[in-house]
Design a protein around this ligand. Structure first.
Ligand SMILES: Nc1ncnc2c1ncn2[C@@H]1O[C@H](COP(=O)(O)OP(=O)(O)OP(=O)(O)O)[C@@H](O)[C@H]1O
Ligand SMILES: [Mg+2]
Length: 227
């Protein structure tokens, strides 16, 4: 067989095998992007365990109109530029893979406005070559990534999804861990339109036990704080 370069979507779908195992892996990538963008508030909306909808909205620095196209391309990142940077990573992401991969196995739209731009723009990738279209949109400073119909075009992967309840519990557990590692960020989680978790940010001089209580429960806090 002759050697051919794979179309962008297929190459990205293959790469997605490494990054996206289940809805919780998508939530992890999106929330890590929000954290890297300096967000102090992250809202996660899930429908049907994430197989129908995963929406992550943040109030981070956002992405400019020109960079939106690149954000959906593979090997495109703002987080490292050289081998030296790679050896001193300060961010959670650096591969420039996540959005391109998720976008290849779902219907992904990214909408954003950075502070220096008056208007917001929305981007999504279409077709086998994943050509990015950009449209005007309404959005406050920050970024929203919406992932609809995860694995709709990779039925073998979709078949491996567990029940909505199980997939949601993986998302819940992931966010509990993130909430425990970053007290300075408010994280809200909704499932099928109902608020399920609300982790309010703890201000610098605030009481960190409040966050611990929200994540691990009153009983846990009482027993670990007892002297
Ligand atoms: N929520 C966000 N706010 C601001 N910029 C973002 C956001 N999400 C993504 N970006 C921008 O899009 C780029 C691509 O994101 P993507 O997650 O694909 O790659 P990455 O985070 O650089 O690396 P990795 O693949 O390891 O996650 C990022 O480098 C960043 O510049
Ligand atoms: Mg990333």
């Amino acid at each position: 067989m002759a050697i051919e370069i794979l179309p962008a979507r297929l190459a990205n779908q293959i790469a997605a095998g490494e990054v996206v195992e289940r809805p919780a892996s998508v939530v992890k990538e999106l929330v890590e992007n929000s954290i890297d963008a300096g967000a102090t508030r992250i809202d996660v909306d899930i429908e049907k365990g994430g197989s129908k909808l995963i929406r992550v909205r943040d109030n981070g620095v956002g992405i400019s109109k020109t960079d939106l196209q690149l954000a959906l391309s593979r090997h495109a990142t703002s987080k490292i530029h050289s081998l030296d940077d790679l050896e001193a990573i300060m961010s959670l992401g650096f591969r420039g893979e996540a959005l391109a991969s998720v976008s290849a196995v779902s219907r992904l739209t990214i909408t954003s406005r950075p502070a220096e731009q008056q208007e917001a723009w929305s981007a999504f990738a279409e077709g086998r070559d994943m050509v990015v279209s950009v449209k005007p949109a309404a959005h406050p400073v920050g970024c929203t990534v919406e992932v609809v119909d995860l694995f709709f075009n990779t039925p073998a992967r979709r078949k491996f999804l567990r029940t909505d309840k199980t997939e949601f519990s993986h998302i819940d557990e992931l966010l509990r861990r993130i909430a425990l590692s970053r007290f300075d960020i408010t994280i809200n989680l909704r499932h099928n339109g109902t608020q399920v978790r609300q982790y309010r940010r703890i201000p610098e001089r605030g009481d960190p036990l409040r966050r611990l209580k929200a994540v691990c429960g009153q009983k846990f806090v009482e027993s670990c704080a007892a002297d």
